[in-house]
Design a protein around this ligand. Structure first.
Ligand code: N01
Length: 558
């Protein structure tokens, strides 16, 4: 089958659903979504590990394009879990009648740009073929599981699972000896819940990390009413903050307050819980000395909670500034190490040598296990795109073009790949933000852009390679203006995947600043892009100014 449509969207998560609605119902295009999963939900379809929960607060973790939708929907907890988020997305799909244009259980394996027909030819794993003028990758940033290549995994007699492919029927861990590798956001959520039912949990930690209590709780009727009645205010807040959350970053610097005041501010933020701990001072991510004060406070909390001094030391011996890696939030993570059935193995002192049929052997011991949980993260941002064989002009392969790292303009398009758009692609704020806010902005920009092309008889759009080069330099500059550049061993740099180029991938200049840049580019007639009509090419003149030079980054945007 060569099904011809205007637009094809890959992925039915938050991004794909809204992209379908926007292209089909606002622009009137014929559009289809191809989704590898058996149902909608993206991240939330796959990530059903014990303790999985959103780190963004529910009143900010939603679409904001429909006031009516928000009035109809009520979250039950401060941080929603996968079942509730899936119900929410199901409601969205129902309200906007999206399912009829989504094909589930079909994985896109290749996409090739046919220059003569100005069409994308897309193949799925079941041999279906589609042709579309516009191709939108809404494949997620964290959807390509990273299972480390540890010798002996194939010989393990027990069961092993990656957190991002948790079986939907669940895994019976009651009474089992479980080994968990990884202590990032996922591992920190999973360990306390696994420990409650497992006979024994052994946590294998390579890099310790800070964590702040989430303080999840049911929402009160008053709060729910406030959310319903303040749609516009909350929407305005998430659209104006650097990270797309509904909390504002304080105006003060650490040095503006006395040590006693600072302690009280940290204590209050610890009690309140959540990601807004990093919003207590505006220089926490820009100034090492400022960050040290937060880091020391958080290390002190670990030492105060964890009773065994050796375990406490291994958990608190953190080698990077606070929030330079994605900061987790938790429910009783450090308390879990006070349980009799939980052991921490510090892999820096005692590295894994191999997996044996019985369990995991480190340099000093063999740990007998029934189940190994890989909470080892993802081949982030580029992984889901490069899993598809994407070929642009002249058959050029994205995998080749990105060999030294991703090159995009605004994280929205790639030079040489006309009419191909990425939602929250590398080079955009994406994972540094509350994702639905970044997604909405991208989907709306892409929709406006395609609307502009169609109204003006433009066949295709693609970035000027020079604009992409300048944007890449700016992405670097933005990262280097923050302490994020001090944690080189992070997945923001691709450091968790052997052989992956070490390039800072998301845009750290802040969501609000990024939004302005994108708006400015569009207002200048899509400056930095080539607009093609047949063999004619319109090149909107680059003019000096904010969009041309992206305004120097003077402080951290995140
Ligand atoms: O993955 P991670 P994650 N041997 O890459 C360790 C989002 N998220 O799934 O730091 C031993 O952060 C690795 O160690 P190290 C969120 O954006 C969102 O936890 O590389 N250990 C690390 O400890 C988050 O940041 C929510 O030394 C190995 C861990 O595995 C992102 O997903 C909830 C290893 C991986 O941590 C990814 O988080 C959860 C090896 N060979 C997650 N390889 C929400 O609330 C890796 N590790 C929306």
């Amino acid at each position: 089958m060569d099904s011809k449509i205007d637009a094809l969207v890959i992925g039915a998560g938050f991004a794909g659903l809204y992209q379908l609605h926007s292209l089909r119902d606002r622009l009137g295009l014929s559009a289809k979504v191809l989704e590898a999963g058996g149902d909608l939900g993206g991240t939330w379809y796959w990530n059903r590990y014990p303790g999985a929960r959103c780190d963004s607060e529910s009143h900010a973790y939603r679409y904001f394009f429909s006031r009516e939708l928000n009035e109809e929907w009520e979250w039950s907890e401060r941080y929603p879990g996968p079942p509730e988020i899936l119900r929410y997305l199901g409601r969205v799909a129902e309200k906007f009648d999206l399912r009829r244009d989504i094909r589930f259980g079909c994985r896109v394996v290749s996409a090739r740009y046919d220059e003569t027909r100005n069409r994308w030819i897309v193949q799925t794993d079941s041999g279906e073929q589609y042709a579309a003028t516009y191709l939108v990758a809404a494949v997620g940033c964290l959807s390509s599981a990273n299972v480390p290549d540890i010798p002996g995994l194939g010989e393990f007699d027990g069961k092993w699972i990656h957190s991002g492919h948790w079986p939907h029927e669940g895994v019976d861990i009651a009474g089992k000896r479980v080994g968990q590798i990884g202590t990032g956001s996922t591992g920190i959520q999973a360990a306390p819940v696994i420990a409650q039912t497992a006979a024994h949990l052994t946590v294998f930690q390579r890099t310790p990390t800070y964590s702040v209590p989430a303080r999840n709780a049911p929402l009160t009727p008053e709060f729910k009413r406030w959310v319903r009645e303040n749609h516009e205010e909350i929407r305005a807040a998430v659209r104006s903050t650097p990270n797309g959350h509904a909390f504002r970053i304080a105006e003060r610097n650490v040095a503006d307050v006395t040590p006693e005041e600072r302690q009280a501010i940290y204590e209050a933020a610890w009690e309140k819980g959540g990601l807004q701990f990093r919003a207590t001072f505006r220089d926490l991510l820009a100034d090492q000395a400022a960050n040290d004060t937060a880091a020391e406070f958080l290390r002190g909390r670990i030492r105060a909670v964890v009773r065994d001094p050796k375990t406490a030391q291994a958990l608190a011996d953190i080698d990077h500034p606070y929030a330079a890696k994605r900061p987790p939030i938790d429910t009783d993570y450090f308390e879990t190490f006070n349980r009799d059935n939980v052991t921490l193995v510090d892999l820096r002192a005692d590295p894994i040598e191999r997996i044996t049929p019985r369990g995991i052997r480190t340099r000093s011991a063999e740990h007998a296990l029934d189940i190994i949980v890989f909470a080892t993260g993802f081949d982030a941002l580029t992984g889901p795109l490069l899993a598809i064989d994407i070929r642009g002009r002249g058959g050029r392969a994205l995998r080749e073009d990105w060999r030294a790292g991703p090159q995009t303009y605004l994280g929205l398009q790639v030079p040489g790949f006309p009419n191909f758009f990425t939602v929250t692609g590398p080079g955009s704020p994406s994972v540094l933000t509350n994702m639905p806010v970044a997604i909405e902005q991208h989907v709306e920009w892409i929709t406006d852009c395609i609307g502009h092309l169609r109204r003006n008889g433009i066949d295709s759009i693609e970035p000027d390679p020079e604009a992409a080069r300048r944007w890449g330099a700016h992405v670097n500059e933005a990262a280097n203006a923050t302490l994020l550049s001090k944690a080189k061993h992070s997945w923001y740099y691709g450091a968790n995947v052997p052989g992956k180029p070490r390039v800072f991938m998301p845009y750290a200049g802040g969501m609000a600043r990024y939004r302005r840049i994108c708006e400015d580019v569009a207002a200048r007639g899509y400056e930095g892009f080539w607009l093609n009509r047949g063999s004619e090419r319109e090149i909107p003149a680059a003019r000096a100014g904010a969009a041309g030079e992206y305004a120097a980054v003077r402080g951290p945007g995140i």
